[in-house]
Design a protein around this ligand. Structure first.
Ligand code: SF4
Length: 697
């Protein structure tokens, strides 16, 4: 595969974690002509509605074209001098933990690497966290507990070979549409393929399901505990694999056998059908995403799933394994560079002094974070408490997307000094900033991203940076130079950053970690420009492909850990005052807080305004007719949402999308209703189990 085809540029879609390859070329009318890249292994030419509309979203209507200080245009020198002086003063007076970066799973890996190096190795704080905390932190924590590293064992091609695919808390049809298309194609080619959907809602993904388990909110751990108990009861344990490669089996099984299947809310017949399918076919892929992760017990749910695959040895071989799919285009790249407050670069452990020393030695840096920093919810609590004096938000919109969004918006407004780097000054968060810096966006940026199957692909520039916009890595390097660290951040281009990052991964590989792309540390600029998509690891020690078929886990004894899981229900309890369970999520044609997708008229046609999906009987009981406005509220906030009656949600539960902002629908900010309760291990908020009251507006 080559980088350029007939003057179209091969690049990667900036939306979901499928990581589809696209070809793009200017259409001569200010937009881009977009096609699916048939040569890209992630999508083989397929695109969804969002990806195919990318060409309609590159207009400059609301773009920020120059830095702003207090809403007034300023030069780059003036803006960056101010940012550096404020950060320097906060660090000098209050220490390195008085500043923080809040970044994004949409940054390119090179941007992410520079931000992480700057905060952890030069400022000397762990206070860099990311909106990926809201997306898949529980999967990271579950992987690390079971495998010793944050390793996704499988590949997309496993979907083509599986006999049973289980989708848990994952509306693939809307959130990862090209993977849904891939499974639909596999089912069409092999009608014996069985698809199970585990979701309280009958989502669009259920159209493909042979079995839909409308599980009770919070019932997933009980479901997979029950499966583990049944695996043992039916003699389906892979005793040889467990004996050779796993610890903790007896304890995990005892906890599973003590687990109450009634927590699933499912009938005995449905449970039996699921267990029969899962146990009866060796080639099972269990796919999970936000429905599992966004929970106050998300990490335990992940480990309940991993337990079943470990007990049966169904991991790392073709057509089988647990498979976490990420929401964002570069959530995986962020994990790989250590862009979470509790991780270090290249899957090294920030809690491990030897690992910290190795990274600091490689960077030759003057400081090193002494341990984990503040995770997203705690970070904004520290902003609220006045402990964070200077905050830099890059490529994300926490005033809308964080749980308890009204409280977070007030905290940001009250912070001593806030910088935002983004495409536009119109986001809810940028509106609160002291300084707004114009960043380049998709179509203008150059770098790499990693998709859900560990495939690293290039994003390539098709268009020039507009106005004075700069790349995020450049902005951070310009800032670093003003802080006195210019020699360590003197990169000529993204290729130079990638080479350094690849070389650091060799340090990690030598320390026995999974992430190693050190063969690419000497890549020329030309080879980087033409880099074809590949899965990691990519080194002389180990090549890409599947992990763990032969054990070799990244724990001290090289064995995986099965964990005893005691199911826990959502933290917010239903009450007479708040009797409805609110599930939040995405719609098919919008992305995050809509900064890009709102520019496409055809994408906005699918769902034009914020809505509340509610069962017709609940709507009738509340006196809500179709398409009227409902006021949805709890102690955290209020939203006004258009009623969409649908029997796809069970009675007592409602669903609302999370995309709308103060700019696009002033009362539709659904995360204002989500409590900031988090998983104690991963720090991921419970975004799918708020409790609310509903009344006609
Ligand atoms: Fe983009 Fe995801 Fe759609 Fe692929 S499936 S085109 S990566 S939004």
């Amino acid at each position: 595969m080559t980088a350029i085809t007939e003057s179209a540029i091969c690049t990667t879609c900036p939306y979901c974690g499928v990581g589809c390859g696209v070809t793009a070329r200017p259409d001569g009318a200010g937009g881009l002509e977009i096609r699916g890249d048939k040569a890209h292994p992630a999508n083989e030419g397929r695109l969804c509605s969002k990806g195919s509309a990318l060409g309609e979203t590159v207009g400059l209507e609301d773009r920020l074209l120059a830095p702003q200080i207090g809403g007034q245009e300023a030069s780059w020198d003036t803006a960056l001098d101010l940012v550096a002086s404020k950060f320097r003063a906060a660090i000098a007076e209050h220490g390195p933990d008085a500043v923080a970066f809040y970044v994004s799973g949409q940054l390119l890996t090179e941007d992410y690497y520079v931000a992480n190096k700057l905060m952890k190795g030069f400022i000397g704080s762990g206070n860099i966290d990311t909106n990926s905390r809201l997306c898949m932190a529980s999967s990271v924590a579950g992987h690390r507990r079971a495998f010793g590293t944050d390793t996704v064992p499988g590949l997309y091609e496993d979907f083509d070979q599986a006999e049973v695919i289980v989708l848990v808390g994952s509306n693939l049809a809307w959130c990862h549409p090209v993977l849904y298309q891939r499974i639909a194609a596999a089912k069409s080619a092999r009608p014996d393929l069985r698809v199970v959907v585990v979701d309280p809602r009958r989502t669009a993904t259920c159209d493909l399901a042979d079995l839909h388990l409308a599980i009770a909110p919070g019932g997933d751990a009980a479901l997979f505990n029950g499966l583990l108990a049944q695996i043992a009861a039916t003699g389906a344990v892979n005793a040889a694999y467990v004996a050779a490669h796993v610890t903790g089996f007896p304890e995990a099984l005892a906890a599973a056998q003590a687990s109450d299947p009634a927590l699933t809310g499912l009938s005995d017949a449905d449970l039996a059908a699921f267990y029969r399918l899962w146990i009866g076919s060796e080639k099972v892929v269990t796919v999970y995403s936000q429905g599992i992760n966004q929970s106050s017990s998300g990490t335990d749910k992940v480990n309940a799933i991993l337990n079943c695959h470990l007990a049966t040895g169904r991991i790392g071989r073709p057509g089988m394994g647990p498979f976490s799919v990420t929401g964002q285009p570069n959530a995986m790249g962020g994990r790989e560079v250590g862009g979470l407050a509790n991780m270090l670069a290249c899957h090294l452990d920030i809690e491990n002094a030897d690992h910290r020393g190795a990274v600091q030695g490689f960077w030759q840096s003057p400081a090193m974070a002494p341990g984990p920093g503040l995770k997203a919810v705690d970070m904004f609590r520290a902003v609220e408490a006045g402990q964070i004096k200077a905050l830099w938000v890059i490529c994300t919109n926490p005033a809308v997307s964080m749980p308890e969004a009204d409280r977070v918006r007030a905290a940001i407004a009250g912070c001593d000094f806030v910088v935002v780097s983004d495409l536009t000054a119109q986001t809810d968060t940028a509106q609160l900033a002291d300084v707004v810096l114009p960043a380049t966006g998709w179509g203008e940026k150059d770098g790499t991203v990693t998709n859900s199957e560990r495939r690293i692909s290039r994003q390539r520039a098709v268009l020039p940076p507009p106005g004075q916009a700069r790349h995020d890595w450049q902005i951070l390097c310009d800032f670093a130079a003003r802080m006195g660290w210019g020699a360590w951040f003197d990169y000529a281009n993204p290729a130079a950053i990638f080479r350094e990052y690849a070389a650091l991964s060799g340090v990690a590989g030598a320390l026995g970690r999974d992430f190693d792309i050190s063969d690419l540390a000497t890549l020329s600029d030309a080879d980087y420009a033409a880099l074809a998509p590949f899965t990691w690891p990519q080194s002389a020690r180990k090549r890409g492909g599947r992990f763990f078929a032969e054990g070799q886990f990244y724990t001290p004894d090289a064995r995986a850990r099965m964990l005893p899981i005691v199911p826990r229900l959502p933290q917010s309890a239903l009450s007479p005052d708040t009797p409805f369970r609110l599930n939040t999520g995405r719609v098919r044609d919008h992305w995050h807080t809509m900064t890009r997708t709102v520019k496409s008229a055809r994408l906005s046609q699918h769902m034009g305004e914020p809505y509340l999906e509610i069962h017709p009987r609940d709507a009738a009981r509340l006196g809500l007719g179709p398409a009227v406005l409902a006021e949805v509220s709890n102690t955290h906030g209020t939203a006004l949402l258009r009623v969409l009656e649908s029997a796809r949600v069970p009675q007592g539960s409602v669903f609302a999308p999370m995309h709308w902002t103060a700019q696009t629908a002033s009362a539709g900010r659904v995360d204002a209703l989500v409590p900031a309760t988090v998983d104690p291990v991963s720090g991921q908020p419970e975004s799918k189990a708020a409790t609310v009251r509903i009344a006609p507006f």
